[in-house]
Design a protein around this ligand. Structure first.
Ligand code: HPA
Ligand code: ZN
Length: 322
């Protein structure tokens, strides 16, 4: 089992339909209409519909214990498949919509992280994400709250949601997060092309979530490599949402060969039929990457992680020992 690490996974998006159903039942609420298709999987046609389905699933997650359970279940599952570290993208806006404050939200997630560490040895930290389509002012409020470090596991700031809202709108939010010492990443170059990546690179970010469409602009690929920006790439997500029609069209291997730092993520695993270990296996099968090259992906994730240096040392030791 190869040691893996991931930096790009949305917490609500890790809960499979069965867990969402269990949580809804426990909270005494019916599953929202349109959430699942007849085959029992999450139902969506395209990216914007996916975001709406995601919001529907998130709407039944109501308590601190729900967040604990989702976190614990996800981390235990990937730990059993070899993962040693994950940065979980949390969305305080989704939590607020169901009436949870930061303490309840992050407290639940942290309890899940602690239990998974105790029982499975995996480590995890939290990225606080704002939602683009909730607007720049709300992102500033989310960043300002994150900057107060409502929980010690919070290590970074990110931006998810509808990519049509440009990164430059969020310069103030990113300035607040970066000034507070939070690591910064942003979704870009998934639905929008190279222009969105260039725009994102004006923010104080060291990583991009997806970023794959930078591959359409050779000068930009060069800039990513030269600046040491890490792309957190999710090939199965890209295929499921139709960013690329097939893996043979996917630019991951090209970006990697051009010297861009890359890591693998599962994004929203049950929605896309992805698993972290599966993303590694896909690179071995599709691109012929060796075990050494796959291990280098984990090393790149540890290098780009926003956790404290002391933990990185421990993770590198684990990577080399296993
Ligand atoms: N992309 C953008 N926003 C999101 C996602 C995603 O995969 N999941 C939840 N919010
Ligand atoms: Zn994502």
């Amino acid at each position: 089992m190869l040691p893996q690490a991931e930096l790009h996974v949305h917490l609500e998006g890790t809960a499979p339909p069965e867990l969402i159903a269990r949580i809804a039942a426990r909270n005494g609420i019916a599953l929202p209409d349109g959430l699942l298709s007849v085959d029992g999987r999450f139902h969506f046609r395209d990216f914007l519909h996916f975001l709406r389905t995601y919001d529907l699933a998130a709407s039944v997650i109501r308590t601190s214990e729900d967040y604990r359970d989702i976190t614990y279940e996800y981390l235990s599952g990937i730990a059993r498949a070899g993962a040693i570290y994950a940065e979980l993208t949390a969305s305080p806006d989704h939590a607020a919509l169901v009436g949870l404050d930061d303490e309840q939200h992050y407290g639940g997630i942290a309890a899940g992280i602690d239990a998974a560490r105790r029982e499975h040895g995996i480590e995890a930290r939290i990225l606080v994400s704002a939602v683009r389509n909730f607007g720049a002012d709300q992102a500033v409020r989310v960043a300002a709250r994150a900057a107060q470090r409502p929980h010690p596991y919070i290590v970074g700031f990110s931006l998810a949601g509808d990519e049509r809202v440009p990164p430059s709108d969020f310069a103030s939010a990113y300035a607040i997060a970066a000034d507070a010492g939070l690591g910064c990443t942003i979704h870009a170059g998934e639905w929008q092309g190279p222009v969105s990546v260039r725009d994102a690179l004006r923010l104080p970010v060291s990583r991009l979530d997806h970023g794959v469409r930078a591959s359409e602009d050779p000068a930009l690929v060069h800039e990513l490599a030269a600046r040491g920006i890490t792309l957190n790439v999710c090939p199965t997500s890209n295929l499921a949402l139709g960013v690329y029609r097939s893996l043979s069209e996917h630019p991951l291997a090209h970006l990697h060969a051009a010297g861009v730092r890359v890591t693998l993520g599962s994004d929203d695993p049950p929605y896309f039929g992805a698993t972290l270990a599966g993303e590694y296996a896909l690179c071995a099968e599709q691109f012929g990457w060796s075990e050494q090259q796959l291990r280098a992906l984990t090393a790149a994730a540890i290098d780009a992680a926003f956790c404290e240096e002391r933990l990185k040392v421990v993770l590198r030791e684990r990577l080399h020992a296993q």
